[in-house]
Design a protein around this ligand. Structure first.
Ligand code: MCN
Ligand code: CUN
Length: 787
């Protein structure tokens, strides 16, 4: 059957069911823990009960007596091969295993290798480690105080300062603030949180001593980058990059937490190389929560300057960033604070300055993960809280204040005061749409009535601008590797295709959406385009899936590669139909002669000819590869409105409604985008009201299990009402922008603004997230609402 409409072939804009779900919903996904290799051994890790301590002795003798325990690997063992340290993706260094000092609670101390998973765990319990605990640095504000221990003398440091970063015009900003009619200021702290994906991290390291070949099955969002890091770290022990194959099969959620290189991976590799057998390591839930890469932990002093009638004029933010004991964020080299400088938001003003200092503390490393777009979550929280704060100060409606200050459609491309070129946007209609759906004016009237009766109801808005799709390679790299991404398409003689990518889905639906892009460009039905990611031996080199970059980079690569093939098809069509290329016209799935539509060749016929009857002099076959280097980032945006009711006796918070209008340019698959937004909104609700990693003054994590670390479920989630506007990206081949992280970026300030709005008449100007019923109850007591 010849299909020739976009809908029939599953092209752009159609809610095609996800191809990958056939195996997921039948429990047939291929996760790393499903891998069982002959002779495979198991690894488990001894972890530190102290946040900062000298290791006096590790006694493995009792563990080694357990039948089935084969080895206990310590930092001293790795030191012999110079494998005890590794680089972080931020060019810092991180212990694989410590030789003398542990730096955070739950840090890896040594590893037990055994024939069974449970024997390895018994071995862990039997290892005796003698520590000399020291007073850790837990509070980032004290990290630079005199008399504090220097945590990284190995780096030649004489204090605990990692880096200072700034953007904007300090002098002009200071001058503006000194003379401004209105200045509002708040201290906004965003605590540490954890992605807590359903699947924890893990790997099977399979070293073949005969071939000196390593196959590394692992949970990674960036397989190629990991292969290069492995070759760089372990090249000197014979792991040469052509003999390293990283395979990331199905992944049960990444959310950024599967970008970093964790010590467990390196120890498993070392164990497999030393023992010559495959070694599996799978974290348990508590290890995942306690030791893996965290997100956020920014303490931001935010100031906004404006005129009395509400014209925003300038922004100033000073941030203290707690990076734990090493900077293991995964930001582009040039941007130690990620894309934080998008903090000027969706508003038009000329002056801004932001500066940040990062410090070492005795906490786990990390600093990027959690659906964050490289720190855009923090930036958006800051500006969207401050706009509400200004509205409160000058007594103006917060929607009206936003409308008056938005960058206007005709101002795009817009140069922000902190150096970005926003590619496109149309902010007013998105907010207006959200206001119309939720019935904004009515809600404000209802709120006024309720206040008279002492009832607490709040309305919160967030009109965010995102920045995703790193990146133009002139500015973006990870460890020096430029941030392009790639697609390779091979069409077989019968017109069925396989396409491979340098990105790696963790649940985002790439097997479906990439096929849709190629279907649209080539006219081959999406169901006949097999998408493969995650195997470095077969996929073209790419930087991976994070920072909502897959659509902006690899999605673009797919379209460009497909267009190369369409050009080839045109040449073959001209040859077969005996006309010149200019005489041909394309409609989905076929070329026909202008003015003689009955003279046509379908894409299937043209592909077949590429193998059976191609013009002399033309290369046979039907394959194309493209490495796409985007000319700019993409700037998706949206407006979210949240309505809350607060029980004035208990402080409990009910989200009555939440309307989210997103604009990610051309939508490839509306159903997948809606799914991304539902999931992302729930992950925005999480830090707004529930999640926070809490440490005591000795650096012990107090909520390192799901008993205490509150992840919202469907019970806590409101009914998300979603909608969209479409402002195509002007520089992307199909006009698409990324969307995966937008909802997690936009939801927290909308929720926080709503709760604070409900309490603002009591004199409340800010509450740090997560805003729990207890925090609200305490405020109600303090304000005399509860006696
Ligand atoms: N899409 C679309 N139309 C657009 C934009 C995107 O149909 N205009 C589709 C894409 O084709 C893709 C999905 O939406 O199938 C997300 O695309 P994109 O915004 O490009 O983001 P990535 O594919 O790069 O995914 C990364 C992003 C990030 S950084 C985090 S964190 C996150 C997120 O995606 N982690 C996730 N969503 C997740 N969803 C699941 N299920 N699991 C995760 O770990
Ligand atoms: Cu910041 S979490 Mo996503 O970029 O993988």
């Amino acid at each position: 059957m010849f299909c020739n409409t976009s809908k029939e072939i599953g092209g752009l804009g159609h809610g095609l069911k996800r191809k990958e779900d056939a195996r997921f919903i039948q429990g047939k996904g291929h996760y790393v823990d499903d891998i069982k290799l002959p002779g495979m051994l198991y690894m488990d890790i001894v972890r530190s009960p102290y946040a900062y301590a000298k290791i006096l002795n590790i006694d493995a003798s009792k563990a080694l007596e357990i039948p089935g325990v084969l080895a206990v690997i310590t930092g001293r063992d790795l030191e012999k091969y110079n494998l005890h340290w590794m680089p972080t993706l931020m060019s810092d260094t991180q212990m694989v295993l410590p030789t003398d000092t542990v730096m955070y609670y739950a840090q890896e101390v040594c590893a037990v290798i055994a024939t069974e998973r449970y024997i390895a765990a018994d071995g862990v319990a039997a290892v005796e480690v003698e520590y000399e605990p020291m007073k850790p640095i837990v509070d980032a504000h004290k990290a630079l105080d005199p008399g504090m221990p220097i945590l990284r003398p190995d780096k030649g440091k004489t204090d605990n300062h990692i880096w200072h970063w700034e953007a904007g015009d300090r002098e002009a900003t200071d001058k503006l603030f000194a003379n401004a009619e209105v200045v509002v200021k708040e201290q906004v702290y965003i605590p540490r949180i954890h992605v807590a994906s359903i699947e924890t991290c893990g790997c099977v390291a399979d070293f073949d001593p005969i071939e000196a070949h390593l196959t590394m099955y692992m949970t990674t969002q960036a397989p190629h980058a990991i292969r290069t890091v492995i070759a760089l770290v372990a090249g000197h022990v014979g792991l040469s990059e052509e003999k390293v194959r990283v395979i990331a099969s199905d992944i049960g959620g990444g959310f950024g937490g599967k970008v970093p290189v964790y010590p467990g991976y390196v120890i498993a590799i070392a164990a497999s190389v030393l023992i010559g057998k495959p070694v599996k390591w799978i974290e348990d839930r508590m290890e995942n929560l306690q030791a893996d890469s965290f997100a956020r932990d920014y303490d931001m002093t935010c100031e906004l300057a404006a005129t009395k009638d509400g014209k925003i004029q300038g922004l100033r933010i000073k941030t203290l960033a707690d990076h734990g004991y090493t900077d293991a964020a995964a930001n582009p080299s040039k941007y130690p604070a990620g894309m934080f400088s998008i903090c000027t938001g969706s508003y038009d003003y000329g002056v801004a300055f932001t500066e940040m200092d990062a410090v070492y503390t005795n906490k786990p490393p990390g600093g990027v993960a959690y659906r964050c777009s490289f720190r855009v979550t923090e930036a958006v929280h800051a500006i969207e809280r401050m706009v509400d704060r200004l509205a409160l100060e000058i007594g103006k409606d917060s929607a009206q204040l936003r409308m008056e200050n938005f960058i206007k459609k005709e101002q795009f491309p817009y140069h922000s005061p902190l150096g970005w070129e926003y590619d496109s946007g149309d902010y007013g209609p998105a907010l207006q749409k959200a206001m119309d759906i939720i019935g904004y004016d009515e809600l404000r009237k209802e709120q006024a009535e309720k206040r008279k009766n002492g009832e607490l109801m709040g309305i919160g808005i967030c009109s965010f601008t995102e920045v995703v799709g790193a990146g133009p390679s002139k500015d973006f790299d990870i460890l020096g590797i430029k941030m392009f991404d790639s697609a390779e398409i091979r069409v077989h003689p019968t017109g069925k295709a396989i396409a491979r990518f340098g990105t790696k889905s963790q649940g985002q639906g790439h097997e479906t959406t990439y096929a849709q892009i190629i279907a649209q460009e080539l006219g081959i039905p999406a169901e006949h385009i097999h998408i493969e990611e995650g195997d470095t031996d077969t996929a073209p080199y790419g930087l991976g899936t994070y920072a909502s970059r897959s659509t902006p980079t690899a999605g673009a690569a797919a379209a460009v590669a497909a267009r190369k093939l369409r050009d080839k098809a045109r040449k073959i069509a001209a040859y077969l139909l005996e006309v010149s290329e200019e005489d041909l016209e394309w409609e989905v799935g076929k070329f026909f002669v202008k003015g003689a539509p009955e003279k046509s060749k379908t894409i299937q016929e043209l592909v077949f000819a590429a193998y059976t009857n191609h013009p002399q002099g033309m290369e046979a076959g039907f394959e194309a590869t493209h490495y796409y280097d985007p000319p700019n980032l993409t700037f998706p945006f949206g407006s979210y409105i949240c309505v809350v009711d607060i029980d004035k006796e208990t402080g409990s918070i009910k989200i009555r409604r939440f309307v989210a209008i997103d604009d990610c340019g051309t939508i490839i698959n509306p159903m997948i985008v809606e799914g991304q937004i539902h999931g992302g909104l729930t992950q925005g609700l999480a830090p707004a009201m529930f999640e926070e990693l809490i440490y005591d003054e000795d650096g012990n994590m107090l909520n390192g299990s799901f008993m205490d670390y509150l992840v919202p479920t469907s019970v806590e989630s409101p009914k998300w009402e979603t909608g969209h506007t479409i402002t195509p990206c002007p520089h992307h081949p199909i006009g698409a922008k990324g969307v995966g992280e937008s909802p997690t970026v936009g939801a927290p300030p909308a929720i926080a603004n709503a709760i604070i709005d409900a309490l603002s008449h009591l004199g409340v100007t800010h509450i740090d997230i997560p805003i729990t019923p207890l925090k609200v109850w305490n405020i109600l007591v303090e304000k005399g609402v509860i006696e």
